[in-house]
Write a protein that binds this ligand. Structure first.
Ligand SMILES: *[C@@H]1O[C@H](CO)[C@@H](O)[C@H](O)[C@H]1NC(C)=O
Ligand SMILES: *[C@@H]1O[C@H](CO)[C@@H](O)[C@H](O)[C@H]1NC(C)=O
Ligand SMILES: *[C@@H]1O[C@H](CO)[C@@H](O)[C@H](O)[C@H]1NC(C)=O
Ligand SMILES: *[C@@H]1O[C@H](CO)[C@@H](O)[C@H](O)[C@H]1NC(C)=O
Ligand SMILES: *[C@@H]1O[C@H](CO)[C@@H](O)[C@H](O)[C@H]1NC(C)=O
Ligand SMILES: *[C@@H]1O[C@H](CO)[C@@H](O)[C@H](O)[C@H]1NC(C)=O
Ligand SMILES: *[C@@H]1O[C@H](CO)[C@@H](O)[C@H](O)[C@H]1NC(C)=O
Ligand SMILES: *[C@@H]1O[C@H](CO)[C@@H](O)[C@H](O)[C@H]1NC(C)=O
Ligand SMILES: *[C@@H]1O[C@H](CO)[C@@H](O)[C@H](O)[C@H]1NC(C)=O
Ligand SMILES: *[C@@H]1O[C@H](CO)[C@@H](O)[C@H](O)[C@H]1NC(C)=O
Ligand SMILES: *[C@@H]1O[C@H](CO)[C@@H](O)[C@H](O)[C@H]1NC(C)=O
Ligand SMILES: *[C@@H]1O[C@H](CO)[C@@H](O)[C@H](O)[C@H]1NC(C)=O
Length: 841
């Protein structure tokens, strides 16, 4: 037997293991759909599960975030039975008709809907059409008469799940809550990062056109600048209806239209909500969808009855025209079905980035409503003078990558697995620091940053949130570079941060030309009059502390990369530019009366968590202890509920105010650097524990937002409960509690300073480095601190006793040799054992 065969078997086994199915850990039985209680273990049932009347069902608990294509194994059935299945990250989502969805912001190569209905007709395994991107809970309810046996259920994994306990990086300490908190970012970045090819196309191209299942309309990449057009297409409804969108603005809102069939009994599920989709009608909405979703408003404008039956399995020709005076007309097979003025509904069509664009400018797209299926073909788009602007038969696979529904070519990290499932540029600051401390998946970081560079524009800008299903060749038409300019800086920091933690030269070399170009753009945004960055966005306004200080940090970190690559000219430019920018911040933005760095020149009395965080991590505030001290004192004014509210202007009484673990993650780093142990401990103990305290909301992964008043998920059911941007403690705990930090890129040189202020008596961490594994463990017994280090060849470092910098050490012992005094103990590769007597230091 050849080695090749053995190797292939191994590869197959590894592939099988790493994409193993996720199966539920717990089944809770039937009739529990209203307010199920996860602690109600009495109602636990085991497989096989027998269902024999409508209203029966089960709740499945997967124990933590899982992702993949749902399946149900039915072993016996006596007649066709309709089953409704719901998915949710938090348990209470199962009580809602749409689960914790829908997610109409983007198509994400997954299901928009979190509820689906099956018509089960015979024994066998049923698969969902779509991937469900992320959930812990699932419910199954029987809708119609009959008896069936379910012998298994689960998800065919769409991610490479690994138990956070078994990752290359590791952290553990005497506080078990911190151990669970460490795992949050590790699991979130496991669940949010997807391998090339693992997310399949969501449209099926047939000789008759594109077969599309209920999903947010996927948009053509080519129509963004089109206005006053007539969109014509043919559609054949296979179940329920056919939907489309027009005038989609860059913020992904616009017109939504839905043609509903006569709803033949043979194909209509009994749970079909005909309030939204009455038979033989066109529903019209403006916004993201036909139903509201927390931060994504939708306005159901009207419903138009069609004066004839809309048959399923029958082709219809649709012509839809939107003019800039807001007149909308739709004709079906040449018969006018609606003719309205959108202004009568109070809709004003606009384009946030281009005020000169004609009202109603924007692309078109196709996608039916939940559980519906339709074929679409022969698209044409024409100007009002009759000129054809676009034509596509939807019979060629190439169309998938134009509409953003093609199988993903790149290994990338998304913002989160359940939604938005976009490559959000500004989200990766924490992700690229979490990965080296946990999964060590270099391919996840490299793939993400390379995809962003594949979309880079002429000016050097990276796209804010490119989709994984669109070919980057459409970048010029899709655009998406505007708004949130600070995401550019955060993107650069994602690159530099990964280099700092890994010292990975090949990585740096591959990405350097692109990031260098992006850095030049960032430098060009510095105002020559004020010396401050004209960069605004998520973290703060232009000419402000957060966005300028963040750029100081990014430029200094970029200089480190430039130096490593022998690009000394760039390194010098970046450090000089950073130093000038830092001086401008110190001079113009420090408010002596309030003892704060101001949010901006035009808001001198305001300050924010991001201002304070980046003023510290950029090194600006640490030059001056007076300023640092007053800044930390001012922070207390932002304390709200479990963390710190974004800005001094944020309401303290509004019950919808959220605490951002992303922004508080920047802060956590800053507090550690400033030795501000008490507020850092406060954040760990109250903000991050919110994600682990309640079994009904915890997923084992870090959250997008935490509500200030309730400590529950911040955006209701919409909240991503698996968001790497909320997982900062995964890299901060090893660095500041276990205390092992890189001093020279990639831990070539390291320092260990045990984090004694955290009410932790022992801690250990394992850090994968390019030299091998670096591990440390320490324990404080009474006044004796012992530290064990195992360092790989090629590295060296030192151990310091916290708080003794500048002071002499007391009695110490290194590998059996006693000593006294000094500031630190220098160590080389191999195993070392250090003991300090803290009584006399
Ligand atoms: C379910 O399947 C049965 C058997 O094929 C069929 O008769 C019935 O019309 C289907 N119901 C729906 C709602 O699709
Ligand atoms: C049907 O949809 C309407 C409009 O969204 C909603 O108010 C109603 O609660 C829904 N009914 C059910 C049973 O889900
Ligand atoms: C969504 O919420 C807005 C504002 O609360 C409301 O005006 C609108 O009618 C709602 N839309 C739907 C579809 O319920
Ligand atoms: C027709 O309209 C299109 C789009 O507005 C324009 O580009 C084209 O020049 C027009 N053609 C004629 C013949 O006016
Ligand atoms: C994936 O690569 C193929 C081959 O280059 C290309 O045709 C397709 O458009 C790409 N798809 C995406 C989503 O980039
Ligand atoms: C630079 O700052 C000055 C002074 O605040 C302002 O007038 C000018 O518009 C700014 N320039 C840019 C390009 O924003
Ligand atoms: C940088 O220059 C040094 C000294 O000339 C050389 O040893 C090293 O290989 C260079 N590094 C790179 C990345 O070119
Ligand atoms: C840095 O380079 C930019 C061009 O990218 C140039 O405009 C700027 O003057 C340089 N700054 C310094 C301090 O050398
Ligand atoms: C430190 O900051 C304080 C308060 O703004 C200021 O009075 C003092 O001059 C600063 N010290 C130095 C060395 O810059
Ligand atoms: C310190 O840790 C101990 C043991 O885990 C715990 O009982 C105690 O409440 C903690 N104290 C503080 C201030 O966190
Ligand atoms: C350090 O290593 C020694 C010898 O293996 C072991 O006995 C001791 O428990 C270790 N201490 C810590 C803090 O890990
Ligand atoms: C924090 O403490 C360390 C010694 O443990 C010291 O080197 C450092 O300067 C301190 N940082 C600040 C900002 O006080």
């Amino acid at each position: 037997m050849g080695n090749t065969e053995v190797m292939w078997k191994l590869v197959a086994l590894i592939a099988y293991l790493s994409f193993a199915q996720a199966v539920p850990k717990k089944f809770t039985s039937t009739k529990l759909l209203n307010s199920p209680d996860p602690s109600d273990t009495e109602s636990l049932v085991s497989l096989p599960l027998q269902l024999n009347s409508p209203g029966q069902g089960a709740i499945l608990d997967y124990g933590h975030e899982v992702a993949g294509t749902p399946y149900l194994m039915v072993t016996a059935i006596d007649q066709p039975v309709q089953l409704e299945v719901r998915y949710s990250e938090e348990l209470s989502g199962l009580d809602s008709p749409f689960g914790d969805g829908p997610f109409p912001f983007s198509v994400g190569l997954s299901s928009t809907f979190r509820t689906e209905t099956f018509n089960v007709t015979s024994p066998g395994t049923i698969h969902s059409y779509f991937i469900q991107g992320g959930q812990r809970w699932q419910s199954i309810s029987q809708l119609t008469e009959g008896t069936l046996t379910i012998a298994g259920a689960g998800f065919e994994a769409s991610i490479q799940y690994q138990n956070p306990e078994d990752l290359p990086g590791h952290f553990e300490c005497s506080n078990s809550a911190y151990n669970e908190i460490w795992k949050l970012g590790a699991l979130a970045s496991t669940a949010a990062c997807v391998e090339a090819g693992s997310q399949r196309a969501t449209w099926e191209i047939t000789p008759d056109g594109a077969l599309i299942h209920g999903q947010k309309p996927a948009l053509s990449a080519l129509g963004n600048t089109f206005s006053e057009y007539t969109l014509s297409f043919s559609t054949k409804i296979l179940r329920g209806g056919a939907g489309w969108a027009q005038a989609q603005t860059p913020s992904l809102t616009g017109l939504q239209l839905l043609l509903t069939s006569e709803l033949e009994e043979d194909t209509t599920f009994v749970n079909t909500n005909t309030t939204i989709t009455p038979p033989n009608s066109i529903a019209l909405a403006y916004g993201y969808s036909f139903v509201n979703q927390s931060t994504l408003p939708s306005f159901y404008l009207d419903n138009f009855e069609i004066p004839f039956a809309i048959k399923e399995d029958t082709w219809y020709n649709i012509d839809a025209t939107l003019l800039s005076d807001s007149t909308l007309t739709v004709a079906i097979d040449g018969t006018e079905a609606l003719n309205v003025s959108l202004s009568d509904y109070g809709v004003s069509l606009g384009n946030q980035y281009d005020p000169t664009a004609l009202p109603g400018t924007g692309s078109w797209g196709f996608g039916p409503w939940v559980d519906q299926v339709a074929l679409y073909a022969n698209i044409s788009v024409a100007a009002q003078n009759g000129t054809e602007l676009y034509r596509n038969s939807l019979t060629d696979e190439a169309v998938l990558a134009e509409y953003g529904v093609a199988r993903n070519n790149a290994t990338v990290c998304l913002d989160g697995p359940k939604r938005d499932r976009l490559v959000w540029l500004g989200d990766f600051f924490h992700t690229t620091r979490i990965i080296p401390a946990s999964t060590a998946r270099r391919d996840h970081v490299l793939g993400t940053l390379q995809l962003l560079l594949d979309w880079q524009n002429e000016e050097g800008l990276l796209p804010i949130d490119p989709p994984m299903g669109t070919d980057p060749l459409y970048a010029p038409q899709v655009g998406g570079y505007l708004g949130l300019a600070d995401y550019q800086t955060l993107g650069l920091l994602a690159f530099t941060g990964y280099f700092e933690l890994t010292g990975d030269m090949d990585f740096a070399q591959q990405l350097w030309p692109g990031f260098q170009k992006q850095t030049s753009w960032l430098i060009s945004q510095i105002n020559t009059t004020t010396g401050l960055a004209e960069i605004s966005g998520f973290t703060g306004p232009a000419s402000g502390t957060a966005t300028s200080a963040m750029l100081v940090q990014a430029l200094n970190e970029a200089a480190t990369v430039a130096t490593a690559l022998n690009d000394t000219a760039s390194a010098k430019n970046y450090t000089t530019t950073a130093s000038n920018l830092a001086d401008a911040i110190d001079t113009s933005l420090w408010n002596e009366d309030l003892g704060i760095y101001s949010t901006s020149l035009s808001a001198p009395s305001n300050f924010s968590v991001a201002d304070i965080s980046f003023a510290i991590t950029s090194g600006i505030a640490s030059h001056n202890t007076t300023r640092l001290t007053s800044l930390l004192a001012a922070l207390e004014q932002l304390s709200l509920g479990p963390g710190y509210k974004d800005t001094s202007a944020t309401s303290t009484t509004d019950p919808t105010v959220n605490i951002s673990p992303n922004i508080n993650g920047f802060l956590l780093s800053a507090l550690m650097r400033a030795n501000a142990t008490m507020p850092a401990k406060f954040l760990l103990d109250t903000l991050w524990t919110a994600m682990i305290d309640d079994d009904a909301t915890s997923t084992g992964a870090s959250w997008e937002y935490v509500n200030a008043a309730t400590r529950g998920p911040g955006l209701g059911l919409f909240t991503s409960l698996s968001h790497p941007w909320g997982g900062a403690p995964t890299y901060i705990l090893p660095q500041w509690v276990a205390g092992v930090r890189s001093v020279r890129a990639g831990y070539e040189e390291w320092v260990i300073v045990p984090g004694l202020g955290f009410n932790v008596t022992s801690a250990s961490a394992r850090v994968p480095t390019r030299f091998g594994e670096l591990s440390v463990s320490w324990e404080a017994v009474g006044e004796i601190l012992s530290v064990n280090v195992t360092a790989p060849e090629g590295t060296k470092g030192r151990v310091e006793l916290p708080g003794v910098a500048g002071r002499e050490l007391g009695m110490w012992n290194v590998n059996g040799k006693d000593g006294k005094g000094g500031e630190k103990i220098e160590l080389g590769a191999g195993k070392s054992s250090v003991t300090f007597d803290m009584r006399d230091s």
